[in-house]
Design a protein around this ligand. Structure first.
Ligand code: NOJ
Ligand code: CA
Length: 535
């Protein structure tokens, strides 16, 4: 089980309002007590921070606001002593415009070797080379004064690297080695699906059919097994991945330890599963639970599809309910079915949100997810039941999506608000200064201090669940049971059955010893929106 640390918002040790590596080091015992096995830390590199560090200026250093390389090495070593391994966020699809390669490319003339490491093209007439769109909004091409255009699938400050170029490949081999030598367990690989581009840069044509909740990350439905998308899930990617995997395996063998890499790839399972073939990724993020409504059939389908697809190449799925890009699941589930939560963030009726329902369902989903075979990725703060902060003042928004979408999407700041550690203090114990994003006053009651040891708290439920999970987590035997809606149930080995009531009414509690439940259970009834683990 991996705990995702959004560094800027986890803990601020030096009191400048921004989370830092020293802050993580000071909270390692909290993470250990939670019971996770590893940490994935969002990008920590020097960066102009136009996309919260996913615009990297130097892949072998640490941004001064986060700390130093020594601090990162110390974090990795201290975590390892506690049995926690650290995954580094690798951002290979694009650099920052401040990366020395792009600085050189910008100054160099059209057709120069410097430009060859990126995608520079002449336009068509007065327009861009193709109709590709940035997933953050607007065109994916920007023109330089000398007339050439460069490609950026994300923000204008994130030029896409040309992975057909040998120097790009060898540079990244070296970057991977750099972090492995510093003790990293491996990598979470950003935008793993888009590294290869069709060299003819054909038009995309019709606007893509995007998946709700994840359209701002470019998750299109319907990219099928054919290799026909100009820049998503193309066959050429796999050779790159195999090169990285060889390096990980070789280094692991020399050091006598395991390494791993997990792909962030917004493509359907029909192509996604290819990333899990032997010699490629160890894991891919499953988009299923992020996009499914609170609905028994939708969840059952997502689970079955992930298990089947990951199972074909001999792997297991990962399960993710929240991350730093998606409206927190406590809030998603508080909205009526069919509402796209990120659209609601901007202009939706606030009265539609039912926070109690959201938390109830979030806890049920968490227990369901923790009972499934495979790896779970938790996002910081979900163990406190934090909701999305939907009412951040507009003038505090930092996500480039807000501007690029011409204010039609609010962006992802609402799931990135600093963690409340204590009931009081200027930032509820996050640090000693005003935090970079304001926290709601109601978060005092959600703080670690308020929840630690408190019966019935979200934090204690997470801790109990993670503890109990260790008894069956490696159990391979799994059966999705044939229960009628609104019940979803599955069996893991002989020892454990998980039952979820997705419906609005209490139902008779199936037989068995109650190991844990997401709501209090009495009188043999399974309450609405509740998961129970039965022994
Ligand atoms: C996915 C990351 O999770 C997201 O935060 C980022 O904006 C894009 N990739 C671009 O790097
Ligand atoms: Ca700080």
């Amino acid at each position: 089980m991996i705990y995702q640390i959004y560094l800027r918002s986890f803990a601020d040790e030096n009191g400048d309002g921004i989370g830092d590596i020293a802050g993580i080091r000071s909270r390692l015992s909290y993470l250990k007590a939670l019971g996770v096995d590893g940490l994935w830390v969002n990008p920590w590199y020097p960066s102009p921070m136009h996309d919260a560090g996913y615009d990297v200026a130097d892949y072998r250093a640490i941004a001064p606001e986060f700390g130093t390389l020594e601090a990162a090495e110390a974090l990795i070593a201290e975590a390892r002593q506690l049995g926690l391994r650290v995954l580094v966020d690798l951002v290979p699809n694009h650099t920052s415009i401040e990366h020395p390669w792009f600085q050189a490319a910008r100054k160099a003339p059209p057709g120069s070797a410097e430009r060859g490491r990126y995608h520079f093209r002449p336009g068509r007439g007065d327009g861009p080379p193709s109709d590709w769109k940035s997933v953050f909004g607007g065109p994916a091409w920007t023109q330089l004064p000398d007339g050439e255009w460069y490609l950026h699938l994300f923000d204008v400050s994130q030029p896409d690297l040309n992975w057909a170029h040998p120097e790009v490949r060898s540079e990244f081999q070296d970057i991977l080695r750099f972090w492995l030598e510093r003790g990293a367990a491996g990598f979470r690989v950003d935008v793993a699906h888009a590294l290869a581009k069709d060299p003819a840069y054909p038009d995309q044509g019709e606007g893509p059919a995007y998946m709700p909740q994840c359209s701002h990350l470019g998750f299109e439905s319907g990219i099928d097994a054919a290799n026909n998308h100009p820049f998503k899930g193309r066959d050429e990617i796999h050779e790159i991945v195999r090169g990285w995997r060889r390096l990980l395996d070789e280094h692991g063998e020399q050091q006598g330890e395991d390494h791993m890499m997990v792909a962030e790839a917004w493509i359907d399972w029909s192509r996604l599963k290819r990333f899990l073939r032997p010699g490629e990724y160890h894991q891919v993020f499953d988009p299923g639970l992020l996009t499914a409504d609170w609905d028994r059939d939708a969840m059952r389908q997502a689970i079955a599809l992930a298990l089947k697809s990951a199972g074909e190449p001999g792997s297991l799925p990962t399960w993710v309910l929240s991350n730093h890009d998606i409206v927190r699941h406590t809030t998603r589930y508080g909205l009526p079915k069919g509402i796209d939560s990120k659209d609601w963030l901007l202009s939706g009726d606030r009265a539609l949100l039912d926070p109690e329902q959201g938390l109830r369902r979030a806890l049920a989903a968490t227990l369901m997810q923790l009972a499934l075979p495979g790896s779970v990725y938790l996002y910081q703060g979900e163990e406190l039941g934090l909701p999305e902060v939907h009412d951040l003042p507009i003038d505090r928004l930092q996500d480039p999506i807000w501007e690029r979408s011409r204010h039609t999407q609010k962006g992802r700041d609402g799931c990135r608000v600093p963690i409340p550690w204590t009931r009081d203090g200027v930032s509820f114990g996050f640090g000693s200064a005003e935090p970079w994003l304001p926290q709601p006053a109601s978060w005092a009651a959600l703080s670690v201090e308020a929840q630690e040891g408190a019966e019935g708290s979200t934090l204690e439920l997470y801790r109990s669940a993670i503890r109990l999970r260790s008894a069956f987590r490696y159990e391979r035997d799994f059966t999705l049971l044939d229960t009628a809606p609104p019940l979803l149930a599955f069996q893991r080995g002989a020892s454990m059955r998980c039952v979820v009531n997705f419906g609005p009414q209490s139902l008779p509690l199936p037989e068995g010893e109650i190991l844990l439940s997401s709501q209090p259970i009495s009188k043999g009834a399974l309450p609405p929106d509740t998961t129970v683990w039965l022994g």
